[in-house]
Design a protein. Structure first.
Length: 371
């Protein structure tokens, strides 16, 4: 009832391109959730969680995996497993672990973050050379390398496999542990044409999210070898993330892995369609050749208004896009956005620009919507 009421209040169908986190679990997903076999996961007795952990560990060719509440939690479990207070991690300056996790490496693990500027959210050996501090009491100990795939604020870019392999080898040769923030790693694999086992060989730990393009209401996982994942379980408990009958959400993740991975291709095609459409619109700048996956970043000319103003105008027409500060915006395709929705969004973008933003006030919020 609340649902039909909110529909009346809002006469336009919303097309929500702010993030792939806004998806609602499908009826089929809700069905498997409702029927999930469950037990007390903190006692290791939830059969559905156990099945998911085994399934994901095997998928990545690794010994073990542990379910977590969120990507932030599994990333920070990884940081804590590899580092002790006073250690330092290396990451691209746009990395989620450094930018969007509330200072968690410092707050939870006493770890400092050394950010490195490089295009696309990527890191390669030339970006990393000279960044490992010498063994001297003055310096933090450089301990962990964090990569992100796909990159988020870097542009939804997908690492080529050979780049991951060479950076990974370089890290091992220099005594670094390697963590992959794989919140959108299924998008990366579908777009990059490589497998989970390819990635499993390049990292000590990998975090994945079920709540992004896979369409689950929540859930994440940290994957690695048996000892690291055993440590991670203890860390998860300390971070307040150990759960009881979590099989309800693990069932959603199993359903998503079985049904929602290959279809990410469709999201990528829709993102390409969106990017190419935006490229042709006067007053906007979008480079479709840099759109590798389901994230589309674009800018509005400053003489036409700010991103906040433009997103405010679009919102009034039922199109939700995330302002990223200044002129920059991000639109994200996902399983609740169809190709027709993308065409419709492009039409609204065109008509909004034609009308002009003169009367727009800042209604869309001012911070970057980043997830
Ligand atoms: C979404 C995301 C995460 C996890 O964020 P949560 O808010 O914990 O879901 C981690 N890394 C990247 C790159 C992300 O996009």
């Amino acid at each position: 009832m609340a649902h039909s009421r909110s529909l009346k209040v809002c006469p336009v169908k919303l097309i929500d391109l702010r993030s792939d986190t806004v998806t609602r679990p499908s009826l089929a997903m809700r069905h498997v959730m409702a029927n999930a076999e469950v037990g007390d996961d903190m006692l290791g007795e939830d059969p559905t969680v156990n099945r998911l952990e085994k399934m994901v560990a095997e998928m990545f060719g690794r010994e073990a995996a542990v379910f977590a509440c969120s990507g932030t939690q599994s990333n920070q479990m990884g940081v804590r497993v590899h580092c002790v207070p006073g250690d330092e991690l290396l990451i691209n300056e746009t990395g989620h672990i450094s930018l969007f996790e509330g200072g968690a490496p410092a707050a939870l693990s006493g770890v400092t973050v050394r950010t490195i500027a490089a295009d696309g959210g990527f890191l390669d050996i030339p970006n990393l050379e000279g960044r490992i501090r010498s063994n001297d009491q003055h310096f933090p100990r450089t301990r962990l390398l964090c990569l992100e795939n796909t990159t988020n604020i870097g542009g939804g870019r997908v690492y080529p496999l050979d780049q991951l392999q060479r950076v990974s080898e370089w890290a091992v040769a220099h005594g670094l542990k390697r963590h992959l923030d794989g919140a959108r790693v299924f998008n990366a694999m579908v777009a990059g044409g490589y497998s989970a086992t390819d990635l499993g060989k390049c990292f000590d730990t990998i975090s994945v999210c079920f709540s992004k393009g896979l369409g689950c209401p929540m859930g994440s996982m940290l994957i690695g070898d048996r000892d690291d994942i055993l440590k991670a379980r203890r860390v998860r408990k300390i971070f307040g993330g150990s759960l009881r009958q979590a099989g309800i959400v693990a069932a959603a993740a199993i359903h998503a892995l079985e049904n929602n991975v290959d279809r990410l291709r469709q999201d990528h095609e829709n993102a390409q369609q969106l990017a190419q459409g935006l490229t042709g619109i006067e007053g906007l700048r979008c480079d479709a050749s840099l759109v590798d996956s389901n994230l589309v970043f674009f800018e509005i000319d400053s003489n036409l208004g700010t991103a906040v103003q433009f997103c405010g105008a679009l919102r009034e027409q039922g199109i939700l896009i995330g302002p990223m500060g200044g002129q920059r915006m991000r639109a994200v395709t996902h399983l609740d956005v169809s190709a027709e929705d993308v065409s419709q969004a492009l039409e609204v973008v065109r008509s909004c620009l034609a009308k002009g933003l003169a009367n727009q006030t800042a209604t869309a919020g001012s911070g970057p919507y980043s997830k």
